[in-house]
Unconditional design. Structure first.
Length: 222
């Protein structure tokens, strides 16, 4: 649970940082609202992100940030009531949604003012505490440690059964049956024909193979 909470805290810090710091890469500015003059649209502690625009691009209903006509070191974020050009100057009337009085101020026509693009609710309080030692520990160090512990847990945790490699349990395919080879037919040998002169008369016994016939006297005398 603590690891999940730490990861959530780190995610919130990263998201907050991106919402507030990333606009600087686009030339935008951020301001922390210190009063409730624009409530309920913008509350105390909100951070507003302004796009730079030319004064004549402002329209009634826009919320703009400008320098206080009475105190140049202070910035004010109020809603535009009217815009008029007077020569090289642009006359602008603004008023806080929760105020009764209006501000009348002017800027050079070639100058720039900030128009509120969006706000981050209550982010100003977080920014204030982040600048303190305790805030750096709570919002930066602890979430970073929790995130590292979570990553180590993900690496070293025991693998669950569903995470393991799936083993194929299908039975092996039987090989195609090979038909037995039929033996080659052995041709029957026909007996060699015996010449008629060498045939024995019917009923005569066959001579034994190891008995050599004795030639008769006439054959010997020849």
């Amino acid at each position: 649970m603590s690891v999940a909470a730490g990861s959530l805290g780190l995610g919130l810090v990263v998201g907050l940082a991106l919402a507030i710091i990333a606009p600087f890469a686009l030339g935008d500015r951020t301001y922390t609202v210190m009063s409730g003059s624009m409530e309920p649209a913008i509350g105390t502690g909100d951070v507003v992100v302004d796009d730079p625009i030319a004064p004549m691009d402002a329209r009634p209903g826009d919320v703009v940030t400008f320098r206080d006509p009475q105190r140049a070191s202070r910035m004010i974020t109020h809603r535009v009531r009217s815009v008029h050009r007077r020569g090289a100057k642009v006359q602008i009337v603004t008023k806080g949604d929760a105020n009764n009085a209006v501000e009348r101020w002017s800027v050079p026509a070639t100058g720039h003012i900030g128009r509120v693009a969006y706000r981050v609710p209550k982010a100003g309080y977080a920014l204030f505490y982040v600048r303190t030692r305790l805030g750096r520990v709570v919002f930066v160090v602890l979430p970073a440690i929790a995130f590292c512990l979570y990553e180590l847990w993900r690496i070293w945790r025991p693998r669950r059964r569903e995470d393991e490699e799936v083993v194929d349990t299908a039975p092996p395919l039987a090989p195609d049956p090979i038909p037995p080879l039929a033996p080659d037919p052995i041709p029957l040998l026909a007996p060699d024909p015996i010449p008629a002169a060498e045939r024995l008369p019917e009923g005569a016994p066959e001579p034994l193979p190891w008995i050599v016939p004795v030639p008769d006297r006439e054959q010997v005398l020849r």
